[in-house]
Ligand binder design. Structure first.
Ligand SMILES: Nc1ncnc2c1ncn2[C@@H]1O[C@H](COP(=O)(O)OP(=O)(O)OP(=O)(O)O)[C@@H](O)[C@H]1O
Ligand code: SF4
Ligand SMILES: [Mg+2]
Length: 305
């Protein structure tokens, strides 16, 4: 349904004396999502998750330079198609509630995402599902609490019968019951054939609902694995960082990972995890490993088996 191939995104940064430097924040990124599948993207803050979502939706900031291809339903997702499909066939649950139109009542906003049938009835039904009572319909975004605004964003994305949903951190700050309801609803939509890209920094959320998990590190995909590989001591996982991430969870060994994640990869500086990796060899510091297939998953590491 969605295929992102060799995506790179960079920004030009001005240094002292009007010198320019290109900062590549996403490099050579590949993901694929089929109908009925939830692929979770897990990565820490600044690893490029929202930029990936914005590239798919065609809403990257104007100063961003993008290369690579994005295919939707087998055809290139051009700017023209992005404009046409955004908000109906391709729905977006944004990370920021500022994506709501401040000048439009939220009931009307959600009704505008319904392409066919009884708009009012569909909007009310979805609001009921997310515990937004009838008084909410005529409120403006500034009159909503943070949690209500997030529920309106989710309702707006799922009301229109989308075939692809890009959900960028859809549940922060929500009550645990609403979190479960939202994730359960995404699972239900996937089971009905929708393809879902779920972006989160919380691996626990991803494991609860996704089919597979792509791990981001400094703007590159370092591993894509089925959820079932996240078990035991992480023996079935492929990349040292994914294993460390899994073992850092409170329900596992609660072992924190030393060091920090570079904000982007430097050309010719090798694997971005090398300063934290106990398995590193000479090639790890000279050239970025390519992503390759290992046991029904993918990994970008010279020594993973
Ligand atoms: N308009 C911009 N100009 C320059 N750099 C940018 C711009 N937008 C994003 N970046 C940089 O790109 C990197 C990735 O940003 P992004 O918002 O995708 O991160 P993220 O993984 O979504 O983080 P978070 O979990 O905090 O939401 C960051 O280092 C950020 O500073
Ligand atoms: S490529 Fe080398 S440094 Fe990077 S994760 Fe693999 S072993 Fe560690
Ligand atoms: Mg983000």
């Amino acid at each position: 349904m969605l295929e992102v191939n060799n995506l790179s995104i960079s920004f030009i940064q001005y240094e002292k004396g009007l010198k320019q430097k290109t900062i590549q924040v996403i490099s050579d990124l590949n993901i694929k999502i089929s109908k009925g599948e939830i692929l979770a993207i897990v990565g820490s803050s600044g690893s490029g998750k929202s930029l990936l979502a914005h590239a798919i939706l065609g809403i990257l900031p104007k100063n961003a330079l993008m290369s690579g291809t994005i295919l939707y339903d087998g055809r290139e997702l051009t700017t023209k198609r992005q404009k046409k499909l955004r908000g109906n066939e391709i729905a977006f649950i944004p990370q920021s509630v500022n994506f709501l139109d401040p000048l439009m009542k939220v009931g009307s906003q959600v009704r505008s995402s319904v392409s066919a049938g009884e708009k009012k009835e569909k909007q009310r039904k979805i609001f009921d599902r997310y515990s937004l009572d009838s008084r909410t319909d005529s409120l403006f975004p500034f009159q909503l609490s943070g949690g209500m605004a997030r529920r309106v964003l989710v309702a707006s994305a799922v009301v229109g019968g989308a075939k692809l949903i890009v959900a960028d951190e859809p549940t922060p700050g929500l009550h645990p019951e609403v979190v479960n309801e939202t994730l359960g609803h995404l699972r239900e939509l996937a089971n009905q054939g929708c393809a879902i890209l779920l972006i989160t920094h919380d691996i626990g959320t991803a494991l609860n609902v996704a089919d597979s998990i792509a791990v981001f590190y400094s703007g590159i995909t370092i591993e894509i694995s089925p959820v079932s590989d996240f078990s035991g001591k992480g023996e079935s996982l492929r990349h040292p960082y994914t294993k460390a991430l899994w073992n850092a969870l409170p329900q596992n060994d609660f072992n924190p990972i030393d060091g920090f994640q570079p904000s982007h990869i430097e050309q010719h500086s090798g694997c971005p995890f090398n300063s934290r990796c106990t398995f590193k060899s000479s090639e790890c510091v000279s050239k970025l490993p390519l992503i390759r297939d290992v046991r029904f998953g993918k990994v970008r590491c010279y020594h993973a088996t």
